[in-house]
Write a protein that binds this ligand. Structure first.
Ligand SMILES: [Zn+2]
Length: 600
């Protein structure tokens, strides 16, 4: 089956070009510059005084600008890496390598784990979108797995999928060779936000240490000469820590209960200028400009600065999702994530994340703000996308990037921020990584998108595009199953639903355009659009139930049915079990699609 989607919404009709232009013209970089200067002196690790100083700075600037702000003080579960040590002993030589532990790895304290190294060669991620992919090398396993009982050595960042896979294979400790001269900080747990009694068991139980590329190469050379034993020692400070979480609310004039959530993290690795002081500066400037638009905004906007992103696996945004779940469920129009904008030489919009239903909105916003084309990538299960299981549509995360060609020319490898600059998550993420002129451009994109969302009569998201994406994914799984999965009924449902959504939206747009709706009608239509999102976003992005948080692992679209793709290569005795599971998941998917149809 072929899937085609024509956006049913003509955004030109509903763009208030004059207001958008006024918002863009109001952009100044004084507040952003001052924030970067201040944050350049603060290593904003969660739960520390420096992070608190940064949180207080944001609150003080908002108060000075007269913008209303609420300061929450959640207790978040945080893991602060202190140090790691890898001591090697090969025949004739003993040495200690420089190493860093990722957050949430096991702390050995003064009792190192000792054993023989088992090298499992792997490849580095080809691009930002594949950073969370489970490397082929981590799969393996089975009887007589050489990894079992040894210290695994492999290339890559210590991502949660790899760490979990090697742990399940019986590794007693893990050493990751990073692609460059610097060791990048990171977090290795798959648990999203604070652990629950159920998820706590997934916290990594092995010590993990990361080393740089030259040390990794030398170690691999040692291994070619014979067995090498290592002793891995890690120290991390872990526990519940009180953090500051400031949230601005600027109330809209027409539908103040409906709100757009605009957010980003303010904790950092090192000084974290490109990741994410530039984003914090953008959020502050957005608050100033949007507050200045006064009664021109029809709906409300909340602007939030999260702690606990880097060392709590998105703990701040997850706390907010849990604590304000009812309001988000009922009234949140969408969530817009701001991470690592405004970085030097980041002139293109080649790999920008947004959900399919926001395609026309985001593309047109970038084009109208800057005259540039953009390329969409499907949002990763990463960043502060902690709201997918409640179900608002999500847009952006990383925004502008250094052109891919230029990154290749510089010999950069794939990283997860700073516009692609490999200073990301290292002590090099300092002032030269940022560029206020680029930040000004990114702010123009954000403001155009935000004003459009706040003032469009009907929420500017095309959910028939989400249905088309869901259908394409399910069709792909069916093909990959080599005829072993039959999803024809659900694909028929999706075709019918896509058409129904297109007709419904066209009729609603026409009624609004003709002025034949009153406020109550319009509010009812928008409530329906949000309820459709509450069903389709979790269907497209989540494996678990609503209001929960799936692991930080790579999923495909419609993860409930992804197992079909593995059917063709599954052991014969496992296939019937996989098929039983798929029957149940198809039932859930079809019930969800019926519920959407009933709303129309
Ligand atoms: Zn970031």
């Amino acid at each position: 089956m072929t899937v085609t989607g024509t956006p049913s919404i003509d955004f030109g009709v509903f763009s208030d070009h004059a207001l958008e232009a006024r918002a863009r013209e109001a952009i100044r970089v004084d507040e952003p510059r001052a924030l970067l200067d201040r944050f350049a002196t603060l290593v904003r690790e969660s739960g520390t005084p420096a992070e608190e100083t940064a949180g207080r700075y944001i609150v003080e600037r908002l108060q000075a600008l007269g913008v209303p702000v609420t300061l929450h003080t959640p207790e978040l579960y945080i893991s602060l890496p202190e140090h790691a040590e890898v001591r090697l002993s090969a025949p004739g030589s003993t040495r200690t390598l420089r190493a860093r532990p990722p957050a949430m790895a096991r702390s050995t304290g003064e009792s190192p784990v000792e054993g023989e190294i088992c090298y499992v060669p792997s490849r580095y991620a080809a691009g930002t979108s594949s950073l969370f992919d489970l490397p082929e090398a981590a799969r393996g396993g089975g009887a007589a797995d050489p990894v079992a009982g040894r210290i695994v050595l492999t290339e890559g960042f210590s991502m949660p999928g790899s760490v979990q896979a090697f742990e399940r294979r019986g590794a007693i400790a893990q050493i990751y060779i990073h692609p460059g001269h610097n060791i990048h900080e990171g977090i290795c747990t798959s648990i999203w936000g604070a652990p629950t009694a159920e998820s706590l068991g997934r916290k990594p139980s092995t010590p993990v240490a990361c080393i740089n590329h030259p040390d990794g190469d030398a170690l691999i050379a040692d291994l070619q000469r014979g067995p090498v034993r290592a002793s891995v020692k890690t120290s991390l400070r872990e526990g519940w820590m009180r953090c500051l979480l400031p949230v601005v609310e600027i109330r809209g004039q027409q539908d103040p209960d409906e709100f757009l959530l605009v957010h980003g993290h303010y904790d950092s690795w090192y000084e974290g200028i490109g990741d994410n002081a530039t984003g914090d500066a953008a959020l502050l400037e957005l608050a100033r400009v949007l507050w200045g638009l006064g009664d021109s905004l029809k709906r409300s906007v909340r602007i939030a600065w999260w702690p606990g992103h880097s060392t709590g696996r998105y703990a701040g945004s997850t706390w907010y999702a849990d604590t304000f779940a009812d309001e988000i469920d009922e009234h949140c129009i969408a969530q817009l994530d701001i991470d690592s904008p405004g970085c030097a030489d980041a002139t293109v919009y080649e790999e920008v994340m947004w959900m399919a239903e926001a395609d026309a909105l985001c593309r047109s916003s970038i084009r109208d703000a800057l005259g540039l084309d953009s390329q969409r990538v499907r949002p990763l299960r990463a960043g502060d996308y902690s709201f997918n299981q409640i179900g608002p549509t999500g847009l952006y995360m990383l925004l502008s990037n250094i052109p891919i060609e230029e990154r290749k020319r510089r010999g950069y490898y794939a990283v997860g921020g700073c516009g692609g600059n490999i200073a990301w998550h290292t002590p090099d993420d300092l002032m030269p990584v940022a560029d206020l002129d680029i930040l000004r451009r990114d702010l123009a994109v954000y403001l155009t998108t935000i004003v459009r969302i706040l003032n469009a009569p009907l929420h500017p998201f095309d959910y028939s595009a989400a249905v088309d994406e869901i259908a394409a994914a399910i069709d792909g799984y069916q093909r990959a199953s080599n005829g072993e999965a039959d999803f024809s009924a659900v694909l028929d449902d999706l075709r019918t639903l896509g058409d129904a959504l297109r007709r419904w939206r066209a009729a609603a747009d026409a009624r609004v355009a003709q002025g034949s709706t009153d406020d109550a009608d319009r509010r009812r239509l928008n409530a329906t659009i949000r309820q459709i999102a509450r069903l389709l976003v979790p269907l497209n992005y989540a494996r678990g139930e609503r209001f929960d948080h799936d692991p930080a692992l790579k999923f495909g679209a419609v993860p409930r049915l992804e197992a079909a793709a593995s059917l063709a290569n599954a052991p014969a005795d496992m296939k019937p079990f996989i098929k039983v599971g798929l029957v149940r998941e198809v039932n859930k998917v079809r019930a969800t699609l019926r519920a959407v149809r009933r709303m129309l």
